[in-house]
Design a protein around this ligand. Structure first.
Ligand code: G3I
Length: 442
């Protein structure tokens, strides 16, 4: 358990209730075989939409041509209905996770078209009236925005998309039909390709209701154009949704990184809420024990809002705050209304030094979690620290509280220390900010 992430307790927010109050939903991808015990109870209690991580993919439901296995998909739809949840059906036509007979089979163009529309019809009809959103076509684009050379595109051309949507509409007129892709979250070549594709589909009268933005993001790289991008698609006359949100980082995750991840989950959720046609957010696995990231990006992870032991991480509170929660938790720092910093070089030798820092809360309310920043006046650098996590970028230093000293009562203080390197000069920094507020020096 990391520093300031409080364990789940009765006072924790319920994401699905907050989402409902905001007129939206909050969803998660699930692994059907895990929907019991704590995994099942958190899924049912916190989320009001679920997406099968794998169980509705073509390879799962029709491993042998004409022979269907609906057990996994049925289990998830049944779970959703028992818990008053929407279902996001994922996914009907995708270049990946196809059954071998399809991926490696040779078919005439007409036969492949019939196979594809037949698959869409069969699966959508099976769940008619029980699926809210279908990812009808998944990941149709290359990174440069051109059409991906999938089996479908290569043989049938772009019309495979229109055919799939028309078949889905006919099989369940009430389901909202989406096209879904990754790396389209911000503006850019791939997103422009999706924009043009949606324009073409709309111009042809193809029954497309929405565009899914997967949101497989990297800590520190959330696109600044996310909200504007969602809005420009909405302005085309389609709904939008964040469909597979996760924010990965290199392991082990530090408290500072988890605090940043909190801010980023909050920002992505807020971006969706700010766009009227953004229907909701789905995370791609709610717990780090059920995430695809470590398998595909070795050494990376911690990408979801709960840790591997089902304890809410700061990211969970970030989501809750975006949805209107004001109850704190997960490092909500509280306002800094006054602060004073004393900085002392305690010993110094030819190239190195040891310093101690005391952060004093001179304001009138408690601080729950702090980030102290300063800029080196003469090019020093931090080499190791204790009682805080200290990082440096250029001459800018960021110190984040340790687990035990994040809370500073009004009138209280916290201390930490570090070793540094210097050459030429070792002048003390003259200005400090605490959670963004300027401090006096003492
Ligand atoms: O079920 C078998 C198991 O029997 C076998 O022992 C094991 C050995 O590797 O593999 C298991 O299958 C794995 C399956 O997940 C279920 O766990 C596959 O190897 C593995 O490739 C598959 O990965 C899935 C991935 O899609 C496939 O591309 C991930 O779980 C799933 O989260 C991921 O989801 C995709 C979305 O559908 C589309 N957008 C991107 C997203 C992340 O890649």
């Amino acid at each position: 358990m990391v520093g300031f992430a409080a364990p789940a307790h009765a006072a924790d927010p319920v994401l699905r209730d907050l989402a409902t109050a905001k007129g939206t939903y909050y969803g998660t991808a699930v692994t059907g075989s895990k929907l019991t015990g704590t995994y099942g109870s958190v899924t049912g209690a916190q989320f009001d939409s679920i997406t099968p991580g794998n169980e509705m993919k073509w390879g799962s439901v029709e491993p042998t041509r004409g022979s269907f296995n609906w057990a996994g998909a049925d289990g998830i739809v049944n779970f959703a209905e028992a818990h008053g949840q929407k279902v996001r059906g994922h996914t009907l036509v995708w270049h990946s996770q196809m059954p071998n007979w399809l991926a490696n089979g040779t078919f005439s163009d007409a036969e492949l078209r019939t196979i594809t529309t037949g698959h869409v019809t069969t699966e959508v009809a099976r769940y008619k009236g029980r699926i809210d959103h279908w990812d009808v076509v998944n990941e149709p684009l290359n990174e440069d925005g051109t059409m991906r050379a999938s089996k479908f595109y290569t043989q049938l051309g772009e019309s495979y998309i229109a055919d799939a949507f028309r078949a889905a509409r006919a099989a369940d007129p009430a389901a909202k039909l989406y096209i879904n892709d990754y790396n389209t979250d911000g503006t850019g070549a791939k997103s422009n390709g999706m924009y043009s594709l949606v324009q073409r589909l709309k111009a042809q009268g193809v029954p497309i209701d929405g565009v899914g933005f997967q949101g497989h993001l990297i800590l520190g790289q959330v696109p600044s154009t996310l909200q504007a991008n969602l809005q420009r698609f909405a302005d085309l006359g389609v709904d939008v949704a964040i469909t597979e949100l996760d924010i990965r980082m290199t392991l082990p995750a530090t408290d500072a990184e988890l605090a940043q991840q909190k801010a980023e989950f909050k920002a992505v959720t807020s971006a969706c809420l700010a766009v009227t046609r953004c229907k909701g957010v789905t995370v791609w696995g709610f717990t780090d024990s059920d995430s695809w990231i470590p398998d595909v990006f070795p050494g990376q992870g911690a990408a979801t809002p709960y840790d591997a032991n089902f304890q809410p991480k700061p990211a969970y509170y970030g989501i809750a705050e975006a949805l209107g929660w004001t109850g704190g938790g997960g490092g909500d720092p509280g306002p800094v209304t006054g602060c004073a910093v004393s900085y002392a070089v305690q010993s110094q030798w030819n190239t190195g030094f040891t310093a101690g820092v005391t952060v004093r809360n001179t304001g009138s309310s408690a601080i729950d979690g702090w980030t102290l920043k300063w800029t080196w006046p003469s090019g020093q650098s931090v080499t190791s620290a204790w009682n805080a996590t200290v990082s440096q970028s250029g001459t800018q230093v960021t110190a984040v509280n340790a687990a035990h000293n994040g809370a500073i009562a009004a009138g209280g203080s916290a201390t930490f220390g570090f070793n540094g390197a210097w050459s030429g000069g070792n002048t003390a920094p003259s200005t400090f900010t605490l959670n963004g507020a300027a401090c006096t020096t003492a």
